[in-house]
Ligand binder design. Structure first.
Ligand SMILES: Nc1ccn([C@@H]2O[C@H](COP(=O)(O)OP(=O)(O)OP(=O)(O)O)[C@@H](O)[C@H]2O)c(=O)n1
Ligand SMILES: C[C@](O)(CO)[C@H](O)COP(=O)(O)O
Length: 234
């Protein structure tokens, strides 16, 4: 087993909920493309050997914006798939082709979580390196949770054991590859995060408490909030 760590950034989505003119990962946040902030945070983690960014096959923006030059560890792979899970699976193959080992750790992080702080990544790595499974950044639920039918409350759901999954999510490359392949073979809808696929193999990933600031920019209003938060940072 190794302690080598690589980042894999799925960056091949279309951002349909964001209402931006093009893929949201290139929409400006505080004057820079969203994914530039994401990569800069990852680049400030020395333990990450590779920053693999998985792009849509026809992506021309990443290179034309000069994002491949952000850090010598950045590698662009034009092999994104129809779902996030497909994009991540293609990225894992890309890492293996570049010499990574099945025993290496992979930290999968959404391009769309551009408020990431390096210290949160360090905390995840510290928590997972000695763990038999791996884990993810997550946030215990702070609000009362309602189950709905349409726009009416059906029930109030126990929330003390509920967490919101964030990224990065950190697993051994081989385990995650096997988990995503098994999930695809099962024929169910694609998993929405890496942990789900690993859970389906019977494992219990570790929950590493994170910050609400590490939210995913999903809807139009998220961009203004991200800008306000970035403005408060040194
Ligand atoms: N086929 C896909 C779908 C998503 N992603 C990436 O997965 C991350 C999180 O996904 P999400 O916020 O759902 O992004 P989109 O799929 O782009 O958004 P939407 O669902 O609103 O279209 C993003 O960095 C996105 O680029 C990806 O690489 N490949
Ligand atoms: C992986 C993820 O960010 C965890 O919260 C999330 O599931 C990805 O977003 P999606 O909208 O479910 O694709």
């Amino acid at each position: 087993m190794t302690d080598r760590c690589h980042a894999l950034v799925p960056c091949a989505g279309v951002g349909s909920r964001a209402g931006a003119a093009g893929p949201k990962q290139y929409a400006p946040v505080a004057g820079r493309p969203m994914v530039a902030h994401t990569l800069e945070a990852l680049a400030r983690v020395p333990r990450l050997e590779t920053l693999l960014v998985v792009l849509a096959p026809d992506d021309a923006a990443f290179q034309s914006l000069g994002l491949d030059g952000l850090d010598p560890r950045v590698v662009a792979l034009h092999r994104g798939g129809a779902t996030r899970a497909d994009t991540v699976a293609a990225g894992l193959d890309g890492l293996l082709e570049r010499g990574a080992a099945a025993a290496d750790w992979v930290l999968v992080h959404d391009a769309a979580r551009c408020l990431l702080r390096p210290e949160w990544v360090e905390a995840l790595i510290d928590a997972c390196l000695g763990d038999p499974v791996g884990g993810l950044l997550a946030l215990p639920l702070a609000d009362t949770l309602k189950q709905a039918r349409g726009d009416r409350v059906l029930a109030t759901v126990e929330r003390s054991d509920k967490w919101q999954a964030q990224t990065p999510q950190m697993f051994r490359l081989g385990l995650l590859r096997e988990a995503l392949a098994a999930s695809r073979r099962a024929g169910a809808p694609a998993v929405t995060d890496e942990a789900s696929a690993v859970e389906a193999l019977g494992h219990a990933p570790k929950l590493v408490p994170a910050s609400a600031e590490n939210f995913k920019l999903t809807y139009p209003g998220d961009f203004a909030l991200a800008e306000r938060l970035l403005a408060t940072r040194p």
